[in-house]
Design a protein around this ligand. Structure first.
Ligand code: WTA
Length: 639
């Protein structure tokens, strides 16, 4: 057994789960024994869900980078920590051993320190998927700064909102990023964002694309120049700053049902223990294996299963700069073949998309090294599951369907590869430490099997969200007040006769588009920024590849003679305000929206129409103007 806390049989899983629920403190302290601590904890767990207040390993001191880097140097210093595959297959890949990564993280920790970054400061990281992104993240953790990584697809406006919310005075970025055939001018987007963020003192810019950039004197510096200063000083070591267990490690913004993204806060100790524990268990990771998680580090999946989980376990994490379909739809399979990947962890949307290109792209690609394959981000439909199983796993790789959230930090419900049973489209059983339950709309627990309800969790696991940055009340109302004394996930689920969970999707106004969370209110706000728009309502609809698509009903003040042009303008506005990921797939112009007498939009009706149901729309008598429903149904946009 490679990790003492690795579960290797179904009975061992059942025992571990039982013990974790009966005695969470005993269970998690026995896992935590296997980590490096500067000082041991005094108390394992203190909690209540009313405030909420959750503290794990109180009194302990540590730095997560001691665990992700330093502790592996002696035995595994020459093992690859990060294998990086560039966007362009013609460019050379890079390998960073633990020793090299440690060296670079220390070097960049000095750069941060020299530029004034101190413990507790917020540092925004807006970069493409290059090793320097992981280096920047780890260097922040090493100096005790709180990183806030922003996905490269977000707009200047979104960045500015996040910088302001976090009051981040430091930014780390690149001149640009390569993604498929595109070259995204990251620094120039940052420049636009900073017009409204005068509190930003320093921008550190790494050279990747050689896109021309303007550097502002006194504010902007080059990564390479700053590293050079550290080299000239003889590259002194940078001992990791000692952190308290509950000191925040990072903020990651995510969409909720209101118009404003929430800054989910995770803390050092609990997050470290849980991401490591779930990484080695869910994937049954074996030292030396190559783990390829295709997510972007701008999302929680990348934080937990490209950076912290694999590195904490001394594993090899493959990081890919590009996209699955460029230069062609065989890119993932080339990478698996070239780097002899053992574990592939991707999203259902990617599987569906690659499936649509046919099997030709798999020809001549050796996938024999694959041992475990996984999915995350959205429910996987059975067709995609079977395709993944037959053509990628070749019927011999367990598929782990991992359900979790930005707020949960790590995998919550999933089968354990080859250890607990899989069932297509089911996330199946909870991880040790996780006690799920279903409740009805009135908050009553739905007991027994073969039932469905709203998915809640009864007690804390080590990487539960601690707060929403700068607004604890928001954390309480969002997650802990819908059902008293429970954490509410926002997802609906069913539990089959074996007690296996199947996640059915969001029950709030959050869409899941290609595995990305997008709040309908956020999209509506963005659409309403368009000068001609009076009002809008956004709902999701089933989309073959994306899982959900965005359907917008829009009332215009004055209709332009060319609706196609107006649609394009509205899409551009959304792109500018949020980012291209939030662009509506369909925009239908309407003269009114179905509203109740109290002015509330009846989304239920709009959702039905978007799905193609134009007849059975339910009770419309409570509407202010029932006539509008007919008009909307008539004008529905199809494929
Ligand atoms: C959805 C991603 C079904 C769910 C790690 C959740 C899933 C939201 C699955 C969180 C899955 C994630 N099956 N649905 N295996 N995994 N989801 O915060 O609706 O980006 O609430 O975290 O994605 O998305 P987030």
């Amino acid at each position: 057994m490679s990790y003492p806390y690795q579960i290797t049989s179904l009975e061992a899983y059942r025992e571990a789960w039982q013990r974790s629920i009966e005695d969470p403190a005993g269970f998690w302290s026995s896992v935590a024994e296997h980590f490096t601590w500067r000082r041991r904890w005094e108390r394992v767990l203190t909690w209540n869900f009313t405030e909420p207040k959750v503290q794990w390993f109180t009194g302990a001191q540590l730095n997560i980078t001691d665990n992700c880097l330093d502790r592996h140097l002696e035995a595994a210093g020459d093992q690859p920590a990060i294998v990086w595959e560039p966007n362009d297959p013609q460019e050379h890949h890079r390998v960073l051993t633990y020793r090299q990564l440690h060296f670079k993280v220390c070097q960049f920790a000095h750069v941060l320190h020299n530029n004034g970054v101190r413990k507790g400061d917020r540092v925004c990281i807006y970069m493409g998927m290059i090793p320097e992104l992981a280096i920047a993240v780890l260097a922040c953790a090493r100096v005790g700064a709180i990183h806030s990584v922003i996905f490269g697809g977000f707009s200047a406006q979104s960045i500015s909102d996040r910088l302001q919310d976090a009051q981040a005075a430091f930014v780390v970025t690149c001149d640009g990023a390569f993604r498929g055939a595109k070259d995204i001018p990251l620094k120039s987007v940052i420049d636009d964002a900073l017009v409204t963020c005068p509190f930003v003192k320093r921008v550190i810019v790494f050279t990747r694309t050689r896109t021309p950039v303007s550097m502002i004197k006194g504010r902007d510096v080059w990564w390479e120049d700053e590293v050079h200063h550290v080299e000239t000083a003889g590259n002194p070591p940078f001992p990791a700053v000692e952190m308290e267990a509950e000191d925040p490690l990072f903020i990651l913004y995510t969409s909720g049902s209101t118009g404003k993204p929430k800054g989910v806060v995770h803390s050092h100790a609990g997050y470290m223990v849980y991401t490591n524990y779930t990484f080695v268990n869910v994937f049954q990771y074996r030292p030396g294996e190559v783990h390829f998680c295709t997510a972007d580090i701008g999302w929680i999946t990348g934080h937990s299963y490209i950076v912290y989980g694999p590195l904490g376990a001394g594993g090899t994490s493959l990081m890919f700069e590009g996209i699955p379909t460029w230069p062609d739809a065989g890119r993932f399979w080339d990478i698996v073949d070239k780097h002899r990947v053992n574990i592939l962890y991707t999203a259902p949307t990617a599987i569906r998309s690659l499936m649509s290109y046919g099997l030709g792209y798999l020809e001549g690609k050796c996938l024999d090294t694959l041992r475990v394959i996984g999915t995350v981000g959205e429910p996987i439909n059975e067709e995609a599951w079977h395709w993944y199983d037959a053509h990628i796993g070749k019927g011999k790789c367990p598929i782990v369907d991992t359900w979790w959230q930005t707020e949960t930090g790590g995998v919550m419900i999933s089968n354990i590869a080859g250890v607990t049973p899989a069932k297509p489209s089911y996330a199946t059983l909870p991880m040790p430490g996780v006690e799920p339950l279903l409740v009805d709309d009135a908050g009553r627990e739905v007991e027994g099997n073969g039932v469905s309800g709203n998915l809640c969790i009864r007690s804390p696991w080590p990487s539960i969200i601690r707060t929403t940055y700068g607004d604890h009340e928001r954390c309480r109302t969002n997650y802990f007040s819908t059902y008293p004394d429970l954490y509410f996930t926002g997802d609906g689920a069913l539990r089959d006769e074996n007690g296996f969970y199947r996640i059915t999707g969001r029950v709030d106004d959050v869409l899941n588009v290609s595995g990305h969370r997008i709040g309908t209110a956020e999209v509506e706000n963005a659409i309403n920024m368009h000068a001609g728009v009076v009002e809008s309502a956004v709902v999701g609809f089933s989309h073959d590849i994306k899982g959900q698509g965005i359907y917008a009903y829009v009332i215009m003040g004055e209709m332009h003679s060319d609706p196609a042009l107006t649609r394009r303008d509205i899409s551009l506005t959304v792109s500018r305000i949020i980012g291209p990921i939030a662009k509506p797939d369909r925009i239908q112009f309407v003269s009114g929206l179905p509203k109740t007498r109290s002015g509330k939009i009846m989304r239920r009706i709009l959702r039905k129409i978007a799905e193609g149901e134009t007849e059975q729309l339910g009770d419309t008598t409570t509407l202010l103007d029932p006539g509008v429903v007919h008009e909307i149904a008539q004008g529905r946009l199809g494929q």
